[in-house]
Design a protein around this ligand. Structure first.
Ligand SMILES: NC(=O)c1ccc[n+]([C@@H]2O[C@H](COP(=O)([O-])OP(=O)(O)OC[C@H]3O[C@@H](n4cnc5c(N)ncnc54)[C@H](OP(=O)(O)O)[C@@H]3O)[C@@H](O)[C@H]2O)c1
Length: 259
């Protein structure tokens, strides 16, 4: 198996650096290019080695076999279109997309493999399945999703919380968009799926799905202890994508966890 050449987008960020580090520690991957924002506040990339570090997206992906992208919604949507033209698999870990940005990514997926997930870890991918099954089995239990992340995170609720909420809604054959409650004032409306977001310190990612029924509760939770789990999941997705037909895929597809 030859080393897969990865273009890393958002290379100066927390996740970008975790991806660069995971690549530098593996014989299965090499860095084809590191895409940073022009005039970025981030300077040194200690794990980039001699790779091209650039603000030019075309140059960053020019010699790559796949793109691994934890950047910003604007950057990822534009990169999906560029990847479509370059016929390059695109692994998107970025969260917080608008409906318009999601539609641009879905359009690009008619030309290339895009793996997109609000959480690239094995644990959350499995948790998603458990939540779907629990929501289906307990149709009258109230569902609340609690998450906590570091103080600099910009989107809320987290992409993972929305992923888990989507799984709960799927389990009940309802639409999350119709039932999600991001702010509450007054009594709980039956059938809604509530979200609460905490921000502080350096927390990598904590998620808890609470199913509350009469006189009992089930709590399904995941704790991310290190960003390596997301980086390694994204790299596994880049490898998996190499021989797949164009389409928009999830980490459940990559890990072979049926819905
Ligand atoms: N799916 C998952 O498993 C998972 C796990 C963790 C995080 N995430 C998501 O991944 C994203 C990044 O998270 P993070 O914690 O690494 O954030 P971060 O530290 O803020 O890193 C984001 C990086 O992207 C760069 N960037 C933004 N716009 C760009 C552009 N137009 N061109 C090139 N680079 C650009 C930023 O540059 P500047 O430094 O100049 O701003 C920054 O270096 C977030 O959406 C987060 O929610 C997903």
């Amino acid at each position: 198996m030859s080393a897969l050449r990865i273009a890393v987008a958002g290379a100066g960020g927390r996740m970008g650096q975790a991806v660069l580090r995971a690549i530098s520690e593996s014989p299965d991957f090499t860095i084809a290019g590191a895409l940073v924002r022009e005039n970025s506040r981030n300077g040194e990339l200690p794990y980039a080695g001699k790779a091209l570090v650039t603000g030019d997206a075309s140059a960053a992906i020019g010699s790559a076999d796949a793109i691994v992208d934890f950047s910003s919604p604007e950057c990822s949507a534009a990169l999906a279109e560029l990847a479509g033209k370059a016929r390059l698999p695109h692994v998107i870990g970025t969260t917080g997309f608008s409906a318009e940005q999601d539609a641009r990514i879905a359009a690009a997926a008619s030309q290339i493999v895009i793996v997109k997930s609000g959480n690239m870890s094995l644990g959350v991918t499995l948790l998603t399945k458990l939540v779907r099954e629990a929501a289906r089995a307990l149709p009258y239990f109230d569902i609340e999703i609690l998450e906590m992340h570091h103080r600099i995170k910009t989107d809320a609720p987290s992409g993972t919380a929305l992923l888990l909420g989507g799984a709960a809604a799927e389990g009940r054959n309802v639409s999350l968009d119709d039932l999600k409650t991001l702010q509450r004032n007054g009594a709980r409306k039956p059938g809604t799926i509530g979200f609460a977001s905490l921000r502080g310190g350096t927390v990598v990612g904590e998620h808890q799905v609470i199913l509350a029924g009469p006189h009992e509760r089930i709590m399904l939770s995941h704790s991310a202890e290190d960003r390596t789990i997301f980086a390694c999941g994204a790299l596994a997705a880049a490898r998996w994508a190499q021989d797949k037909p164009p389409g928009l895929y999830s980490m459940a597809d990559v890990l072979g966890i049926p819905g």
